[in-house]
Design a protein around this ligand. Structure first.
Ligand SMILES: [Cu+2]
Length: 175
């Protein structure tokens, strides 16, 4: 009877370990939070208020809750970003009504600045642009210290995993 629960227990442990790995390896960031990707919003102020720290491998999600038409393009210079210079061969990712555009931050941006803008005429100059420094992926980063919040999260997960495991094993032995 008890042996039929063994695969379930393994599954539970695997799921918990995967959630630990996911949290420590990459993050999903909805640009602008509930405001989304739109005009008339200060993305740099938002990024500072969130203490936003982007890393290679993190995912940025661009979406507009108001479902207006926007795009996402990455610029390659601070000057183009400052002036909203949108010429040249930009790759434009349109966001049609109700859709998102998700991008995983590529390794080519490591230790550089990501400059994202909307190319719809007037939108960049109306503030629809965000710049953010890109840190190396966590695996390549300096090992976290005890005071690192990510490490605290990890420790909490390990504690919960162990507790659940012990509970499951004791429940099982008693039945
Ligand atoms: Cu736009």
């Amino acid at each position: 009877m008890a042996s039929t629960y063994v695969p379930l227990l393994y599954l539970l442990v695997a799921v918990l370990l995967m959630s630990v790995a996911h949290r420590t390896e990459s993050a999903v960031v909805v640009v602008g939070g509930s405001k989304g990707w739109t005009t008339g919003f200060d993305y740099n102020a938002w990024a500072s208020s969130q203490n936003l720290q982007l890393r290679v491998g993190d995912t940025l999600v661009f979406s507009d809750p108001d479902q207006s038409y926007h795009t996402v393009s990455l610029l390659d210079s601070a000057d183009a970003f400052q002036r909203c210079t949108l010429g040249g061969s930009l790759t434009v990712h349109p966001i049609l009504a109700g859709n998102n555009y998700s991008m995983t931050i590529p390794a080519s941006l490591e230790s550089k600045t990501l400059y994202a803008v909307c190319t719809v005429p007037g939108h960049c100059t109306e503030g629809q642009k965000m710049k953010a420094a890109v840190l190396p992926a966590l695996k390549a980063a300096i090992p976290p210290t005890a005071s690192d919040p990510n490490n605290a999260d990890l420790n909490r997960y390990i504690c919960w995993t162990t507790a659940i495991l012990l509970f499951a094993v004791s429940f099982w032995n008693s039945s």
